[in-house]
Design a binder for this molecule. Sequence first.
Ligand code: PHE
Length: 345
Amino acid sequence: MEQRLVELQQEALEGIKKATDLKELNDIRVSYLGKKGPITEVLKGMGKLSAEERPKMGALANEVRDVIAQAIEEKQSILEEEAVAKKLASETIDVTLPGRQVKTGNHHPLTRIIEEIEDLFIGMGYTIAEGPEVESDYYNFEALNLPKGHPARDMQDSFYITEELLLRTHTSPMQARTMEKQNGKGPVKIICPGKVYRRDNDDATHSHQFMQIEGLVVDENIQMSDLKGTLDVFAKKMFGEDREIRLRPSFFPFTEPSVEMDISCKICSGKGCNVCKGTGWIEVLGAGMVHPNVLEMAGYDSKKYTGFAFGIGSERIAMLKYGIDDIRHYYTNDVRFLKQFSIHE
Ligand code: PHE
């Protein structure tokens, strides 16, 4: 029996020495020290021993068990350390590798110009209103003093969805919608940026979809000079303090009088060049005093209240400001074009 125990110890120690991973070591623990292991087996034979041999053998069996258990424990910590070292080695970071390049996007030039214009008007006390792109004939035309059959409807070729519904041809319907909500009372001071649609053939200066920013101010005693002052601030902030504006008489059914605003050409300082077609002036936007009919239809007393409105073409402003020569650049998503407006470079 003694012999068997010594053999077992040797065998086990050998196995432990050879074990290369924690699983193998655990298998050895189970097979030698487990309840069904060989040591337990040997101890079962103790009954056959004499009374003085029994304690000796018991002590030896315990010793063998302790030796094996200790050897397993030692090996276990070695294997564990090895495993950690291996893991660390496999996860080493090579700090000399070049970093991955992070490509930052940038705002679309139209987004930039719209945000700039919004900020400017918010600074002057305006709030931003947004309205539907699918608009009723009533708001797009009728409420703006363009009854059915009015020849001025031809100024804006339209995409109709049904007889009464169309893709809005301008942001002016928001004039009527905003005033209507006020129930004929109190001041209005809004700008409304958004997409508009016209049945135009696309070319360098036309697009069937483009963006406008509508402006509307209604209150008691609003005068043409208020409009002119506002547009002057707008032109100087957008294009430079040295720019002049001029208002030319024009026609819109929803404003009376109506004007078109030009700014002085920066390129030739008013002498005349290609950009301003020799006139020294560049056409920028349409505006005017809100027509009394429009005020009345929206529920305002046109004897008490007056107002002005303007419609800015966002693409046109960005074209003038950034020197863009073709409106189609905005919509074709050529990154070489778009990257030029990054503020990160
Ligand atoms: N809605 C007009 C257009 O699209 C522009 C405009 C707006 C004119 C407001 C006067 C007042 O052409």
